[in-house]
Design a protein around this ligand. Structure first.
Ligand SMILES: NC(=O)c1ccc[n+]([C@@H]2O[C@H](COP(=O)([O-])OP(=O)(O)OC[C@H]3O[C@@H](n4cnc5c(N)ncnc54)[C@H](O)[C@@H]3O)[C@@H](O)[C@H]2O)c1
Length: 332
């Protein structure tokens, strides 16, 4: 019989050591900054060495005395690299335990199981699911040693709804559903077998970050504005262009230059016109973890879609399911 469960809120981040994956941009970078400002030492990793180095140095420079913030290069889809990251951070921080792990790193891609390249589909799944899994495998013993550890796994609204309106989002949704399933199963498992560790599931709606450009980068593309015509046409092949023309999103005589401009604008708009900023999202995550919540939804869009999918599961993939639902949402 499992012992009774006590949900332990984090009373303070002060003096703790947190690991943040994907710490070079977006919500990860904000988690690093805000944790450090709250007196928490942080080991941040990212597949992009330049951005994580800047994020760590900036957070450290603004942190109270005694806080240490380190930046590390690590591809979370590769377990060997995650283990090397662990060894590096324990040595640099001079600690033998970790108190918080934010498995935040993620990319988009592999939208269609039918049409996307298999390599792209599997890369997206590997970063978004295996990255979270490798972090749990690698850091759980150190969280147990903390005596009061918290593992925070980032899923998405695509962890309860596997589409982007009429557009498929296959690899990403599959991975984010897997993160949710893994996290919820782990919650029950930890209560029975490692009650000194708590697990938290984060499900953001639209948050303003550079995830579009960073996901393209992960697939070897430059930022949209620097793409060649051939790269633009590889990214938006002829049949996708036809679909967009039919949907009125693109003029019939659109050139590669028009597509490049559209992509660049979409990437900027995704970041700058989001209902919730990365800073607000990170604050919501940290408040949620502190309160003892295990399920943190970010943004009104996430709350609305979650409620709608649970209320009308049979309708969730019907055309127009979302029409009107998220209009006027103003974020978290
Ligand atoms: N922005 C959104 O609207 C949104 C919505 C739902 C869920 N999410 C999820 O939130 C998390 C953070 O996303 P974000 O929007 O802040 O994106 P972001 O691109 O700004 O930040 C993600 C960071 O992860 C890093 N990264 C990518 N692949 C990696 C790998 N293999 N190993 C280590 N680091 C890697 C990127 O370089 C980047 O710095 C992701 O898991 C994402 O799927 C984002």
């Amino acid at each position: 019989m499992a012992p009774p469960v006590t949900i332990v809120a984090v009373d303070s981040y002060d003096g703790r050591l947190a690991v943040v994956t994907g710490g070079g941009s977006g919500m990860g970078r904000e988690l690093v900054r805000q944790l450090a400002a709250l007196g928490c030492s942080v080991a941040a990793c990212d597949v992009n060495p330049d951005t994580v180095a800047v994020a760590a140095a900036t957070a450290w420079a603004a942190a109270p005395a005694g806080v240490v913030v380190t930046g590390h290069t690590c591809d979370v889809s590769d377990e060997t690299q995650v283990r090397r990251f662990r060894d590096e951070l324990l040595e640099q921080h001079g600690r033998a335990r970790v108190d918080l792990v934010f498995a935040n790193a993620g990319i988009g891609g592999g939208e269609s199981f039918v049409k996307s390249a298999r390599q792209e589909w599997e890369q997206t799944f590997a970063v978004d699911f295996w990255g979270v899994y490798h972090c749990a495998r690698t850091f759980l013993p150190l969280l147990i040693r903390s005596g009061d550890g918290v593992l925070v796994n980032t899923s998405s609204v695509n962890g309860f709804w596997a589409a982007l309106g009429p557009m498929p989002n296959s690899a990403y949704s599959t991975a984010k559903f897997a993160v949710r399933g893994f996290t919820e199963a782990l919650m029950v498992d930890l209560r029975a077998n490692a009650p000194q560790v708590r697990v938290v599931l984060v499900m953001p709606g639209h948050v303003g970050t550079d995830i579009i450009a960073n996901s393209l980068r992960a697939r070897g593309f430059p930022p949209p504005q620097d793409m060649t015509d051939a790269q633009v046409e590889q990214l938006i092949p002829a049949d996708a262009r036809t679909t967009m023309i039919t949907a009125g999103l693109l003029g019939e005589d659109a050139t590669a230059g028009d597509l490049r401009q559209m992509l660049a604008q979409a990437s900027v708009d995704f970041r700058d016109k989001a209902p919730v900023s990365a800073a607000e999202a990170a604050a919501t995550i940290l408040d949620g973890v502190r309160s003892g919540a295990w399920r943190i939804l970010i943004g009104n869009d996430a709350r609305i879609i979650d409620a709608a999918v649970r209320a009308r599961p049979e309708a969730a993939y019907e055309p127009g399911f979302l029409t009107g639902l998220t209009a006027g949402t103003t974020g978290s």
